[in-house]
Design a protein around this ligand. Structure first.
Ligand SMILES: Nc1ncnc2c1ncn2[C@@H]1O[C@H](COP(=O)(O)OP(=O)(O)OP(=O)(O)O)[C@@H](O)[C@H]1O
Ligand SMILES: [Mg+2]
Length: 138
């Protein structure tokens, strides 16, 4: 049978708390013999997803739940907040020209997560947002 490790953490909204999830991810990877190079993009995805949950979740999301499921071949990242939710189809696509100009410089998190994921799902409603991401590791 294929070896699987899972980890669930509940992160409170305090500064730099996403680092705790990254530390957990690193430990799982080492345990599974997965190189740092292969989890590099996964670390970025996890960071963006957690920060979005804590930042845009609103005052009603005092925490974010994070779950990792890892085999040697694949990592599933699940991030859930308890905020007000949003409608992903209405989010404006970021513009690289604006980023280097004087205008709006943000709005890259979702783009980065999508482009680096092998499967990316958002399920959001007024009770919060769940993001499920698959990342192939082999
Ligand atoms: N978990 C969430 N809950 C509510 N709204 C969200 C959530 N995640 C994203 N959004 C909405 O989608 C927008 C785009 O998110 P994205 O991460 O791409 O950009 P950003 O967080 O605004 O800026 P950046 O990630 O570049 O610092 C956000 O501004 C917010 O309105
Ligand atoms: Mg963001």
């Amino acid at each position: 049978m294929q070896k699987v490790v899972t980890m669930k953490i509940e992160l409170p909204r305090i500064p730099d708390i996403e680092l705790v999830a990254l530390e957990g991810l690193d430990r799982l990877s080492r345990h599974m013999g997965i190189s740092e190079e292969k989890v590099g993009e996964a670390r970025l995805i996890v960071t963006e997803a957690i920060i979005n949950g804590l930042e845009h979740g609103g005052d009603v999301s005092p925490k974010v739940d994070v779950e990792f499921t890892m085999t040697k071949k694949e990592l599933t990242i699940f991030v859930r907040d308890y905020g007000k939710g949003f409608e992903p189809s209405t989010v404006e696509r970021p513009d690289i020209n604006k980023k280097f100009g004087t205008g709006h410089k943000r709005g890259w998190g979702l783009q980065i997560m999508k482009s680096m994921s092998d499967d990316f799902r958002i399920d959001s409603n007024h009770g919060g947002t769940r993001i499920t991401i698959k990342k192939l590791l082999s």
